[in-house]
Design a binder for this molecule. Structure first.
Ligand SMILES: Cc1ncc(COP(=O)(O)O)c(C=O)c1O
Length: 382
């Protein structure tokens, strides 16, 4: 009998009632995909939130599809794409799907993302670089002006993987950013995403690329796929946008409550629990010692699903293990020190307390002999 995995997330999308009015529009329109009225309304409302040229936001079937199309839209000849290994494997999959060769480089120890300085240093030794994917880790803000300057200076295409960045992403005329609308993100539709294309011309091209590359004469003129968002997903997206101000403040409030619980256990010598400045569905702590695997195993025995959310990094995945990479010392450190705790938008104080108690018990009580057999406690029994 396989044990169910302990809970690490409980995604929360709009209820059936909240979506219903939008679904009724679909019934009335009898238009189910192919840039229908709900997709257009959703894109228009996204434009209000992410001010940009009219028509420059393109919805897509997933963040990964959006990243792949974004890279392909630059018509880069087959070449190297620099990206961090400290990311979800989707970033690297998109690079390969776009016909580019991934080359993993290290991230900045403070921001956990690529910096222009790190990329410029890599360009001194790595040849044939055609693109850079900058990842906004867990939705952290990215310095778009600095990356636009890099793109301008080097003529290298820069795509921002802002998959978890619904709260922080911004449009920039020189850059393309991609946001995921996966169920696990702060604003989810199930599967989906959107591209902040920067200009309406690039958006027009991306829209065609998401629809077999077809032009108005129904001729396929671009390398393409089918990556359109359906009207049903747009209905969920519209309902999710209605709820966004509340979901945003709930996520921030719950994260702050979690932080208070953890800091009250006086674990300052063992971990850091930085304040959340943007809404996120990932709640990370930073262990002072490289004990991520041990804490995951310890918490699992209490039925608590802490995770090394990006596993061993992209370069740890079999598909990418043969890819070239620079020095990844910071990435390797983050892999062993960063832990995503179980977290969801309506996590109760009691549930948070049980996680904080478990951490305290690992560090204060049983660090030396944590793997000795002991009685299993339920997350809700305290
Ligand atoms: C950093 C990063 N990039 C890309 C993606 C892919 O997004 P999607 O799941 O919508 O394809 C994710 C998804 O979690 C992600 O975390």
């Amino acid at each position: 009998v396989t044990q169910p995995l302990p809970l690490s997330a409980k995604p929360h999308l709009p209820s059936a009632e909240a979506i219903l009015a939008y679904l009724r529009h679909i019934d009335g329109n009898r238009w189910y995909s192919n840039f229908g009225p709900l997709v257009r309304e959703f894109e228009a409302r996204l434009e209000e939130r992410f001010p940009s040229q009219p028509g420059s936001i393109v919805t897509v079937a997933s963040g990964t599809a959006g990243l792949t199309l974004a890279l392909q839209s630059f018509d880069i000849r087959p070449s190297v794409c620099l990206l961090p290994s400290w990311t979800f494997v989707a970033s690297a999959a998109a690079v390969k799907n776009a016909g580019l060769i991934p080359y993993f480089i290290d991230v900045d120890p403070e921001s956990w993302q690529l910096t222009p300085a790190l990329v410029r240093r890599s360009l001194e030794t790595v040849k044939e670089v055609g693109a850079v994917v900058v990842v906004a880790p867990f939705g952290a803000p990215v310095d778009l002006a600095a990356w636009a300057a890099v793109a301008h200076e080097t003529n290298i295409s820069v795509v921002v993987d802002s998959a978890a960045g619904f709260d922080t992403a911004r449009a920039h005329p020189r850059l393309v950013s991609v946001v995921s609308l996966h169920a696990t993100k702060v604003l989810g539709v199930g599967e989906g995403g959107f591209i902040l294309a920067g200009t309406s011309d690039r958006a027009d091209k991306l829209r065609r690329m998401s629809n077999f590359g077809l032009n108005s004469a129904h001729q396929s003129i671009y390398p393409a796929t089918n990556a359109k968002l359906s009207e049903y997903a747009a209905a969920v997206g519209l309902a999710a946008l209605d709820e966004w101000p509340k979901s945003r403040s709930d996520l921030l409030e719950r994260a702050e409550a979690y932080r208070a619980q953890i800091t009250s256990r006086k674990l300052f010598d063992d971990l850091d629990c930085p304040a959340e400045v943007h809404a996120s569905t990932t709640f990370n702590i930073i262990l002072r010692r490289p004990l991520a695997d041990e804490v995951v195993a310890f918490m699992r025995r209490d039925g608590l699903g802490a995770r090394k959310i990006w596993g061993e990094g992209c370069h740890g995945h079999p598909t990418f293990k043969d890819c070239a990479c620079g020095d990844l010392a910071i990435t390797d450190k983050l892999i062993r020190h960063v832990l995503a705790l179980p977290f969801w938008i309506d996590m109760t104080n009691l549930e948070m307390a049980s996680v904080a108690d478990c951490l305290a018990s690992f560090f204060h009580g049983r660090l030396a002999n944590w793997d000795r057999p002991r009685k299993r406690q339920s997350a809700h029994s305290r």
